[in-house]
Design a protein around this ligand. Sequence first.
Ligand code: F6R
Ligand code: ZN
Length: 193
Amino acid sequence: MQQHPFTFSVSVPEETLSVFDKHIVRRLSAMQGQYLDTQAFKTMLSQDPVLYEVYEINRPELAGELMNGITIVHPGKIGEEYFMTKGHFHNLLATAEVYYCLKGDGMMVMETPEGEWAVEELHPASVLYVPPRWAHRSVNTNPHDDLLMFFVYPANAGHDYGTIEQHGFHQLVLERNGHPQIVENPRWRQQER
Ligand code: F6R
Ligand code: ZN
């Protein structure tokens, strides 16, 4: 593990990191129960498209260290709903994250365990600060191009995917009349407290 300062580059047109340790490829089959249109989900499952990819620089999962890398969400829809990431709370709930959008257009859907929600648009040069306690999911709303973001978060944050898998996000981003629309998720369930 590199303990000396180091530099790397994110190449925007090629969507590559010059240094990385991990490459995650997430397909539709990993998103069971997350898309509203279950019929469209089933139909698309035969192709099992790649929805998004993550390239990450690994750091020790210790307080004081920072994980960082890029997320690429590909364009596409399942029914009316755009390709998106699974979304998660951080295991260490009180940890924040910063996203820097380098390419494409999208939205970050966010919510707290108490059910407060927010959706922020992402365009090239947008910097998004996700405060501690906010679950987050990236959605690519551009039908023609990848959404490319650089992210940084505390290396000891950890990921809780289960809560979102069970409860969903409060808001969905659907394409209606050719435009992204934020709509209430009819299947969202408030977390028991
Ligand atoms: C890390 C983070 C991002 C996501 C990535 C993929 O805390 O928020 O690096 O991990 O955008 O999304 P998920 O992890 O929700 O599949
Ligand atoms: Zn995160």
